[in-house]
Every structure is written in structure tokens, then in C-alpha cells.
Design a protein around this ligand. Structure first.
Ligand code: NAD
Ligand code: TYD
Length: 357
């Protein structure tokens, strides 16, 4: 079968990647979607069970740091577009093991850039019609004061955690490949995502999981930090739009205009879980446990995504109340997913499903 486009999505077995893969596979049956993922602890092919057999979907298990394997994927599938999400993504882990973050986020991104450049340069049309799209975070901008306005695309980079430092560095390499070699690139920087399939080390799924297990809810510091939350399917829609309509060489911020102080958000989560589990109101509030603050904990993130709205017409579609209800319900309806991912049982999924293909 001849496909109109051959798109490589890295990190497609992770939280955001799985939503992007699903959207692209379903919306564009005339595109071939190749999902390249190393399947670290955060990668879970069970997130993609519903598109696994689609004729336009292919999975390749590989490490983005392995130039030869990545180059083979470019040649085999004649890749003409990249949506790069593969990364180590958790701030707390980055504090424990910063080198893993430099390895995947910096060197992995650099490897991918170089492979894309070399492959596309070898073609008669070179960079024409090609795109390397890097998915990044608002955390590269550093932290805002409570009354400190919003991050815009002009905000200078000022990362604090090893995670955000590694993402900032990868953003700089992407821009350097555009400015130095003319590689067609786009970067988007997005705020905190929430929704189904997120690994329960991040705030929302961790707290839903702990509430159902009756375990303590560790609130860092006084719970005063502020994050801007965006429903993951709205992010996936933005990625689709930017991939097709974004201006090459440019950067767009993506956010929800939806700021929450952690402790207020935590109270909404508790209330929602208790209601859905038919616990009496306030039942799980006693699980709140204030713990030592995260080292270098950024006070506030908040994104101005008006450029994306004005230029490409994107805005979040889901109200937060609806999004959080949908999310909590999903985790409670999929307690098996939570049990298996927290016990590591999904780690064997790849071997079971792919070993004889
Ligand atoms: P995730 O941790 O859920 O998934 C990451 C995926 O990348 C996993 O499937 C993992 O197996 C894969 N991976 C890791 N190292 C790899 C390697 N060396 N080679 C190939 N695959 C590898 O992450 P996520 O939350 O879905 O984030 C995806 C991207 O979006 C990241 O680049 C992250 O920085 C960015 N981002 C995330 C958020 C958020 O709120 N989660 C917000 C803004 C931007
Ligand atoms: P997290 O989901 O780790 O995302 P990020 O650090 O990228 O913003 O954390 C969201 C907020 O919740 C952040 O301010 C840290 C806080 N937090 C807690 O208070 N307790 C926890 O157990 C976790 C994981 C996070």
C-alpha cells in the first residue's frame, strides 16, 4: 500500500504519545504511522491495544540514542515527518538520576536530529516537505512569581530541574539544526497534561491510586505551588494542528489557561474519587500528608497560548471540571491498568504480543 506520508512518532507508548498515535492512526488512514519507543518503565503498549492491528500502524522497539537503529527506521519506512516525544519525563526522577535525562533527552534528541538530517539530505528533494517537530515543556522557561504574568514564546529560558535543563538543551539543539543546517523544525512548549494512561508517579494518577488504596497523599511543601493543567487529548489535537499548519522554524506555547494551586487541585481529586467510590464526603481528606518540599521546586507555571489561538485557531475544548471527572473515572474504571502498571506486570506485554511477529 502506498501512503501519502510516513510519520515517525517517538515515545508513542507513553502517556501523551499514545494519545497522539491513536489520533493520527485513526484520523489519517492514508498516512503510515511508525511508533518508535524503547519501552522504558513509562512505555506501555497496552495503551495502544485499540490501534495495534491497524494497517497504517507500525511499532518498532528501539532507543533514540541508537543511531543505526533509528537510521534503519528512516530508510525502511522512508520517513518524511517526525513528531518527537520520547523522553525521560519526571522531575523527581531527574533529581535522583540526572544522567539518564541528559542521555535520552539531550543525546537522544541530537541523535534523532542528525539521523533525520543525513537521511533527508540523501534524497533528491532534500528538506522539501519534511518536518522535525519537537514536543517540549513550559518548564524550560523556569518559574513564575504568583503575580508574575504568563510564559510567552519570548520568555528567556531559565530551567531549574535536571529535567527542564535537559529539555531546554534539546530545544536549543533543535533550533541549532534549523539555524545551522536549515533542517525544517518546529517546537511546542506545553503545560502540565492530565488524562488517561499517565504513569502513576505524576500528581493526578498517583493521588487517585493512593486514595483508592487508602495510602498517604504526599503534598510537597505547603501545597502552594501552581500548575496550569491541560487535558491530554487537547494537547494531541494541538500537536496534529501544528504538525500540519505550523510555521517552520517557529515555536508555539500550548496551555490550558487553567491554573490550580496544588492543594486546591488535590481537594478536587479527593472529592471526585470519594464521590465516585461512594465514600462519605471528606472521607479521604485525612490522607493528606505534608512532606519535605521538592528540591528546587518551581513555584508557578502558567502559559500564554494566545499565539496558537490567533495564528492557528486552537483552544482547549474541555472544561477542567469535565476533564478531571473524566480522568478520575477512567482510572477507577481501569483499576486493573493501575494494578498492572504499579506492579510492573505490563513490562511483559511486548514479549507476549510481539515476540512471534
Ligand atoms: P512518558 O514518560 O509518559 O513517556 C515517554 C515515552 O518515551 C515512554 O513510552 C518511554 O518508553 C519512551 N522513551 C523514553 N526513553 C526513550 C529512549 N531513549 N528511546 C525511545 N523511547 C524512549 O512522557 P509523557 O508525559 O508522555 O511526555 C511526552 C513528551 O512530552 C516528553 O518529551 C515530555 O517532555 C513532553 N511534555 C510532557 C508534559 C506532561 O505534562 N506530561 C508536558 C509538556 C511536555
Ligand atoms: P508532577 O505531576 O510531578 O509534574 P511537574 O513537576 O512536572 O509539574 O507534579 C505536579 C505538582 O505536584 C508539582 O508542583 C509537584 C507536586 N507534587 C506533590 O505535591 N506531590 C507528589 O507526590 C507529586 C508527584 C507532585
Amino acid at each position: 500500500m502506498n501512503f501519502e506520508r510516513n510519520i515517525l512518532i517517538t515515545g508513542g507508548a507513553g502517556f501523551i504519545g499514545s494519545h497522539v498515535v491513536r489520533l493520527m492512526v485513526r484520523k489519517y488512514p492514508h498516512y503510515r504511522i511508525v511508533n518508535l519507543d524503547k519501552l522504558t518503565y513509562a512505555g506501555n503498549l497496552a495503551n495502544l491495544k485499540d490501534v495495534d492491528g491497524a494497517p497504517n500502524y507500525h511499532f518498532v522497539r528501539a532507543d533514540i540514542c541508537d543511531a543505526e537503529s533509528v537510521a534503519e527506521v528512516f530508510r525502511t519506512y522512508d520517513i518524511d515527518g517526525v513528531i518527537h516525544l520520547a523522553a525521560e519525563s519526571h522531575v523527581d526522577r531527574s533529581i535522583e538520576e540526572p544522567f539518564a535525562f541528559a542521555q535520552t533527552n539531550v543525546l537522544g534528541t541530537l541523535t534523532l536530529l542528525q539521523v533525520a538530517k543525513l537521511y533527508w539530505e540523501s534524497l533528491p528533494e532534500r528538506f522539501e516537505g519534511k518536518l522535525f517537530y519537537h514536543i517540549s515543556t513550559d518548564e524550560v522557561y523556569g518559574a513564575l512569581e504568583m503575580d508574575g504574568g504568563l510564559f510567552t514564546e519570548q520568555t528567556p529560558y531559565g530551567p531549574h530541574s535536571p529535567y527542564s535543563a535537559s529539555k531546554a538543551s534539546s530545544d536549543h539543539f533543535v533550533r541549532a539544526y534549523h539555524d545551522t543546517y536549515g533542517l525544517p523544525t518546529i517546537i511546542t512548549n506545553c503545560s502540565n497534561n492530565y488524562g488517561p494512561n499517565q504513569f502513576p508517579e505524576k500528581l493526578i494518577p498517583l493521588f487517585v491510586n493512593n486514595i483508592r488504596m487508602g495510602k498517604p497523599l504526599p503534598v510537597y511543601g505547603r501545597g502552594e505551588n501552581v500548575r496550569d493543567w491541560l487535558y491530554v487529548e487537547d494537547h494531541a489535537r494541538a500537536i496534529d494542528l501544528v504538525f500540519h499548519k505550523g510555521r517552520v522554524g517557529d515555536t508555539y506555547n500550548i496551555g490550558g489557561f487553567n491554573e490550580w494551586k496544588n492543594i486546591d487541585l488535590i481537594k478536587v481529586i479527593i472529592k471526585t474519587v470519594d464521590r465516585l467510590l461512594e465514600n462519605p464526603e471528606g472521607h479521604s481528606e485525612g490522607l493528606i500528608t505534608y512532606v519535605t518540599d521538592r528540591a528546587g521546586h518551581d513555584l508557578r507555571y502558567a502559559i500564554d497560548s494566545s499565539k496558537l489561538k490567533e495564528e492557528l485557531g486552537w483552544e482547549p475544548s474541555l472544561q477542567f471540571e469535565e476533564g478531571i471527572e473524566k480522568t478520575v473515572r477512567w482510572y477507577l474504571d481501569n483499576q486493573e491498568w493501575l494494578d498492572e502498571i504499579t506492579s510492573g506486570a505490563y513490562a511483559g506485554y511486548y514479549e507476549r504480543m510481539y515476540s512471534n511477529r
